[in-house]
Write a protein that binds this ligand. Structure first.
Ligand SMILES: [Zn+2]
Length: 499
């Protein structure tokens, strides 16, 4: 077990955790958002990030500090916390980003880690190779070999109480990301950034991002704190947390503000297109879009950056509360309804329902079926697996409502799409306490039919009849041959008890 990261609560693969940062003497609650501070440009002073926004941790670039004579001398003499004016935890990046952008940096992992230690960084980073998406497999493998060598170098540096990042690379090759995760997890290093996803973020490729995260998580241990490096847009935080990410860094708040872009949980707006602010942060309640447009450029940038940060931190708090309440996937559903690319990400996440199911709590507060995607949630998967173990004997009626045809049965089980059948005695157990729409969609009915298949297969000696509320052929066609089927929807008497 890593003793610096403790898990407190979970939902899907998302979790609330506590990251102890010994050098800073602080404990950071995750999911956490780290504002990025460019040591040369401070849109919002770090002290204000702490006092006005509640930032417990931030990230800055040790390579930029190392490269500037004045900054380097001040950082070495005063220390990073003093230089920035920040008491919380300070993470430093190594120059890997510059390596990706400009092809070369003039430091080694040993040099930059020793420098990070000397300036008082709390979490340092080796010089890994950030391999972009979609490169050739040969390049991704060769880069990964160099990244893994950088992690070995990092392990050999004496960094005292400073925690050290172990970046996970591998481009868009899931097997390489998984291998990279396994390798990083086996090192003595402490925090696990999933690297080089910025091009996926910029291209709104949230499905690919989700696959990359899911692959890395398969390699990493459950107790590994995971940082989605370079992900700073609040529209995808809930999705990424549900996939198992614990930390984000936002340069977006400042970069977007610089060209009048306004972040929301449903996407990005341009200030020119807004007549109203859909937000109740201090900036948006004190100003309207016209007022902001009238500000001079520096002031406008500062105010937009402040709103962008408020919107980002509010989403992190909303996510934490959703984890506490067991409604994280409901939150992801609502974000997915805000933007088609987030919907793609959610659909990709549900491709990994088995993986989520292994971490998802057995019992939560409530389950709201909100969309066709709800039928693919891990809770439905788990109920289907449970059906393999439920005994049924004699003649069993599985019904969505009343009892058809006045027949006599040995047992009557309820059927609720998307879960399918279950004995009435389980009605009060999670997730069968779910609130589902009265008007089930075809995906939910197909999933319920899958549940019928599972219970029939598990009980070959029992006789089953299904009474359903007008399921489509796509659902009925999945049922095994021996099941007697009757539609409750086609019955002539509209006053029948539908339960
Ligand atoms: Zn606002």
């Amino acid at each position: 077990m890593r003793d610096h990261f403790e898990l407190r609560d979970g939902d899907a693969a998302g979790r609330i955790g506590e990251l102890s940062v010994p050098r800073a003497g602080v404990t950071v609650e995750t999911p956490a958002l780290m504002p990025v501070i460019n040591p040369n440009i401070r849109t919002i002073p770090p002290a204000e990030l702490e006092s006005a926004f509640g930032a417990e941790i931030l990230i800055t670039n040790a390579y930029i500090i190392h490269s500037g004579d004045d900054l380097r001398e001040r950082a070495l003499s005063e220390g990073l916390h003093e230089l920035l004016g920040f008491d919380g935890a300070v993470v430093t990046d190594s120059g890997s980003f510059q390596l990706a952008e400009y092809g070369d940096v003039e430091v080694t992992t040993r040099e930059i880690l020793e420098f990070q230690y000397d300036i008082g960084s709390d979490i340092g980073t080796p010089v890994d190779i950030p391999t972009p998406p979609d490169v050739s497999r040969e390049r991704a493998e060769a880069d990964l070999t160099r990244t893994e060598a950088a992690l070995s170098d990092a392990e050999s540096v004496d960094t005292g109480e400073m925690l050290v990042n172990a970046p996970v690379q591998g481009s868009t090759y899931p097997d390489l990301r998984e291998e990279a995760g396994r390798h990083a997890d086996a090192t003595a290093l402490d925090v696990f950034p999933i690297g080089a996803v910025v091009p996926l973020m910029n291209g709104y490729r949230y499905a690919d991002m989700t696959d990359v995260v899911a692959a890395a998580k398969r390699g990493l241990g459950r107790d590994a704190p995971v940082h989605l490096f370079g992900a700073g847009h609040p529209m995808m935080f809930a999705l990424a947390v549900a996939a198992g990410c614990d930390m984000f860094d936002s340069a977006a708040y400042a970069i977007y503000a610089r060209d009048d872009r306004y972040l929301t949980v449903r996407g990005t707006e341009h200030l020119d297109d807004l007549d109203y602010f859909p937000c109740s942060c201090p900036i948006c309640t004190r100003h309207d879009p016209n007022g902001l447009r009238a500000c001079d450029e520096g002031e406008r940038e500062r105010l937009l950056a402040a709103h962008n940060l408020h919107a980002s931190f509010a989403e992190i708090r909303r996510i934490k509360q959703a984890i506490r309440s067991g409604t994280l996937l409901e939150l992801v559903e609502s974000r997915a309804r805000g933007h088609p690319r987030v919907l793609d990400g959610y659909r990709a996440l549900l491709d990994h329902a088995d993986q989520l199911e292994r971490e998802d709590p057995v019992s939560k507060g409530s389950f709201f079926a909100l969309s066709a995607e709800s039928a693919r949630r891990p809770e439905v998967r788990r109920h289907h697996d449970r059906l393999d173990r439920l005994d049924a004997e004699g003649r069993v009626l599985l019904t969505e409502g009343g009892t058809p045809s006045g027949d006599e049965y040995d047992a009557v089980w309820r059927v609720v799409p998307p879960f399918g059948p279950f004995p009435r005695a389980l009605s009060e157990t999670y997730p069968l306490t779910a609130t589902v729409p009265d008007r089930a969609d075809a995906a939910a009915q197909r999933a319920a039919a899958e549940g019928v298949c599972r219970v029939v297969a598990a009980n070959p000696d029992a006789d089953f009849a299904l009474a359903h509320e007008g399921w489509p052929d796509a659902a009925l066609g999945r049922l095994p041959g021996g099941v007697a089927v009757e539609s409750l929807a086609e019955r002539s008497d509209p006053g029948d008890d539908r339960g």
